[in-house]
Design a protein around this ligand. Structure first.
Ligand SMILES: Nc1ncnc2c1ncn2[C@@H]1O[C@H](COP(=O)(O)OP(=O)(O)OP(=O)(O)O)[C@@H](O)[C@H]1O
Ligand SMILES: [Mg+2]
Length: 237
């Protein structure tokens, strides 16, 4: 299993004002799985994603990512696990505005220890994979939302991580552009990656192989989805 979360809990703040964002959440995710996470606003979806993506640490419970026990990892080891094994995609793209598409996609390779002379070719290949060869030298402000999100996906994929974590990746996109983004993520799962996607949109969630429902910080349901939902459509053009 790539991700093994057991009874994770996460609390923000202290005393009477504390918020129990996650309570005893357990989840195992294997290569090739495409997991959709749904739940009301404030139910703990992003909190769970931030733990799985090693952006935050749980208050209790255990988490193993690629077999490594997160609870006993040093800060340096956590950063290394994150850089090598996890690709992140956010609703708001989080591209660096002063860097071109290519420059944004090249960035994580430095942290992942990929040799300098390989970076450009790999970034170009990743942009090709998301159908953006023609926008290589464009700045984010000159790109559409869908194009920016595809740059963000190329950036997440360029280090070839086995785990992709996407928190509302289609939240700011129209449904057609959102479907292209989901096509790309479905391809990633078919290629053997573990893909975890938070969404408010049932049609987006239906593209997964598995649906996890969260409410009040607890996992209420975790069930397989019918294969028809994630049958691939067109590659993003
Ligand atoms: N940094 C923080 N400090 C304090 N409380 C927080 C923090 N982050 C989240 N929370 C609280 O924890 C709970 C879960 O938040 P979380 O962001 O995980 O929800 P969510 O399911 O992602 O919601 P949404 O669908 O609105 O994105 C909420 O009550 C939220 O207000
Ligand atoms: Mg959220």
């Amino acid at each position: 299993m790539l991700i093994e979360a057991t009874r994770l809990s996460k609390r923000y703040g202290d005393g009477p004002a504390a918020v129990e964002a996650l309570r005893d959440a357990s989840l195992g995710i294997s290569p090739g799985e495409f997991v959709s996470i749904m739940g009301p606003s404030g139910s703990g979806k992003s909190s769970l994603m931030n733990l799985i993506g090693l952006l935050d640490l749980p208050d209790s419970g255990s988490l193993r990512v690629m077999g490594a026990d997160i609870g006993s990892a040093t800060v340096e080891r956590l950063a290394e696990l994150r850089n090598r094994h996890i690709g992140f995609i956010f609703q708001a793209y989080h591209l660096i505005p002063t860097r071109t598409a290519l420059g944004n996609v090249e960035l994580p390779m430095a942290y992942a220890g990929i040799p300098r002379h390989e970076r450009r070719a790999r970034a170009e290949a990743a942009l090709d994979e998301v159908g953006l060869t023609h926008r290589t030298n464009a700045l984010p402000a000159t790109m559409s939302g869908g194009e920016q999100q595809r740059v963000a996906i190329a950036r997440a994929l360029v280090t070839d991580p086995p785990i992709l974590v996407a928190d509302e990746p289609t939240g700011a996109l129209d449904s057609r552009t959102g479907a292209q983004v989901m096509d790309l993520l479905a391809n990633c799962a078919r290629a053997g990656r573990a893909v975890v996607v938070v969404t408010h949109d049932a049609a987006v969630a239906a593209r997964g192989t598995r649906l996890v429902l969260i409410r009040d910080g607890r996992i209420l349901r975790d069930s397989p989805l019918p294969a028809s939902g994630h049958a691939g459509q067109s590659r993003a053009a």
